[in-house]
Design a protein around this ligand. Sequence first.
Ligand code: GLC
Length: 544
Amino acid sequence: MSFKNKVIYQIYPKSFQDSNGDGWGDIQGIISRLDYLKELGVDCLWLNPMTLSPQKDNGYDVANYREIDPRYGTMADFESLIKEANRRDMTIMLDMVFNHTSTEHEWFQRALKGEKKYQDYYFFRDGSPDKPITNWQSKFGGPAWQYVPSINKWYLHLYDVTQADLNWDNPEVRRECADIVRFWMNKGVKGFRFDVVNLISKANVEEDDPNLFDGRQFYTDGPHVHEYLKELNENSFGKDPSIITVGEMSSTSIENCVKYAGFDAHELSMVFSFHHLKVDYHNQKKWELQEVDFPLLKSILNSWQIGMQENDAWNALFLNNHDQPRSVSRFGDDQVYRKESATMLATIMHLMRGTPYIFQGEEIGMTNAYFHHIDDYVDVESRNYFSIMKEEGKKEEEIYAILQERSRDNARTPMQWTREENAGFTSGKPWLKVNANYNEINVEEERMDEHSILAYYKQLIQLRKKMPLIQDGIYEPLYENHPSLFAYKRKLKDEEIIVLANFYKENIHLDEAFDGYRMLLSNVDKEIYNQQLGPYEVAVLIKE
Ligand code: GLC
């Protein structure tokens, strides 16, 4: 399996590095930072969408799948990015947004002009203008159906009103998507991330959700999803075994993920699942805060590790991405113990069974943005929910407390390179404000310190490369009922490591001495394991 020893780095191109002073990250900017990524030691770069888009949802509203949005550069720039990355033994993974297109896409525009062929690419339904086809809700708030007076029809959009869902039951749509994947394969792209791909097969778009929920039971892991993925695999990336694929799976199950990412399934290499990132949702609602439910977090991570392992399937490992708040702010302490908690969280992820993903800035311990003015928020979801929460009667103070924890903009602030103005991201005005803490938290500082978070990430990446045990070992949870310790063992033949992570500030004392083991890695530079774990301390022991 070509992906077991790899580490993947996610670049949010809009916020990574601007090269021309327009405040917007671009491809030349990425090229200028490839040496940094090489030095970090990652193998593959996943780039969020850079294709032509009105940017209502930051590129996840695609208007043309084969054209680079000029704000990022040109196709020639992209080709040189592939070449320059390959020259440094790194590959490029692109984001394929196939559940929906922008309403500015030619297909949708032709559908609006009445072309039946293109109406069948989407879910258009006749209905009366005052009553949506079903009670389904958009994931960004409000109804999931939009009425178009000029043709007297409604169309389905599970996300923003400008993101119309594609009808995968139409073989033409499936053929178009396979064609697009092949187009990028021909350019030398060696990885694909498929956006919300477990939503592509809808059971019945005309049925109301009887539970008055958002309708997800009708389209999550839908009736033909496995068949459609096998077909896409066969008609595109499956032809090249060196290609790595990952599917983003919304509200999925282990049972389905075993099918998506089973070694013999001929669907995808691995999956992103999100249950472990909802353990601080009150009543399972993103916009209601609660403390992290640590026992639940442990049990979810453990059951996904074991469930996938027992069925020969593969997880993507991550706590951060462009849709999630920063993990150090969420699960750690982003003030006093920022370094300890960032490195502890990285350790538990990188040493699990699966392929680790690093989201830009995570490797230097970037934190949430803590914006407290609505004008500072750009994300469509955050802005929609700001209005929704206001209508519900919440006070602004309370709404900001929620956005500061939950907004996707927390992850999207520009990469912090230096102490210069705008953190060295741009010489112009950044499209989203830079986090105010860039003076202390930036690549330049981290690089000068051999005990930095960055240096620790490099060590973790090298360990995976060196140790087949980390790539292939069996996962076994330890101390499952301990209230503040996250622990597990990895085993391969006679080799063994034990990971002991204190998830909190309070010290932990362990009775077990682990005789016959020595310290392999410590995030507090401890040389000998002494049965004590300080605040957010992690100890990795290896059997002698
Ligand atoms: C995925 C993307 C997210 C986007 C959504 C709709 O969840 O990661 O950024 O808004 O799909 O495309």
